[in-house]
Design a protein around this ligand. Sequence first.
Ligand code: NDP
Ligand code: GDR
Length: 377
Amino acid sequence: MASQLSEAAPFSSIRGNLPSPEEYRKRKVALISGITGQDGSYLTEFLLEKGYEVHGIIRRSSSFNTSRLHHLYEDQHERPNKFKLHYGDLGDSTNLVYIIAQVQPTEVYNLGAQSHVKVSFEMAEYTGDVDGLGTLRLLDAIRTCGLEKHVRFYQASTSELYGKVVETPQSETTPFYPRSPYGVAKLYGFWITVNYREAYGMYACNGILFNHESPRRGRTFVTRKISRAAADIHLGKQSCLYLGNLDAKRDWGHARDYVEGMWLMLQQEQPEDFVLATGETHPVREFVEKSFAVLGTTIKWRGSGTNEEGYDEKTGKVLVRVDPRYFRPAEVELLLGNPAKAERLLGWKRKVNFEELVREMVTADLKASKTRVEDQN
Ligand code: NDP
Ligand code: GDR
């Protein structure tokens, strides 16, 4: 895809003729890996609103993978020089160098990842390659282009780094103890970002983000699986929801709030690492109860372990069952973040609370379920 953006690649060579970092950063050009994901789509909207030219890396796929960007694509005809997608992959260094040289971004957001924790146990090497080494490849592509003093870099780090509970609430000073191949790969991503900051003076930040959700959340993550099933069960399209560990506790916020925090991290005097979280934790079981409650159904529980089930208080019908297939070989039982540093230094604060998040997701899934025709791809 040759770039047609008027402001792309304004400088004549990869390593020559670069203006000072201050001059270079007068343009506002963002490059996002993982732009087709939940966070990528919200971040794109946010940056376009701020007047950025936004470039994204998308993977070639035999099926349609840009549905979360569809509305922005339409908009592209109105703003032709503001939004551009480039084929690429975090496993392909040459391609990353080419994209960076062509786009000459002022900010790079590394959101691309195999982001599913359970899947990472089945695809451990691939997850390590993309989530761990992929971060290195992107950082090195910036250096190869001679832009290490010009580009600001955001790394999508995660509360999965904390893994096994050492202390709560978890903050920037809490020791890491990842519990999955995903967490371990992201540990590499975290430290290589710190290392490039210290070794090459790069403006590089880790956002240690706790779980954040939205109606655009992937359907196999637990919140969206629940909100979607609650809507489908309510409309008689599904009879029962099967889940794994109902006792796991997560600090759930709204993705739209969190992408603003990513941007804020890149607008400071000095690069630092920040936790973004709500400071509240809720069990999966409560997400189930609150989701069904939005639709007027009260869930009661009986049994225990793999025999536990949730039933409709009024009809007695069993609507939720446990399926051990969804258990993980090693689990992260409790996440609860302390966002005090981000609140103090970035002025960041989440806006959407837990109840509002659940309501928004269930309401969106109810609306979508009423008109959904299953995709044939
Ligand atoms: P998603 O799973 O929704 O999106 C992941 C994105 O990465 C997709 O665009 C996907 O492309 C892309 N991707 C996957 N593999 C590759 C690859 N090999 N090369 C290039 N791109 C690739 O994740 P989220 O939006 O929820 O999360 C964004 C980032 O933040 C991820 O790195 C995640 O690990 C991290 N994170 C997320 C949190 C959350 O609660 N959402 C919390 C903390 C961290 P495709 O669409 O083609 O699959
Ligand atoms: P998580 O999110 O692993 O925290 O990673 P997920 O929604 O997958 O799981 C949260 C908790 O729910 C339990 N659970 C189930 N999970 C799924 N997916 N499916 C089920 O049926 C189910 N039943 C119970 C899980 O065991 C777990 O304890 C997300 C991802 O976005 C990561 O990329 C990100 O880094 C972290 O959040 C912060």
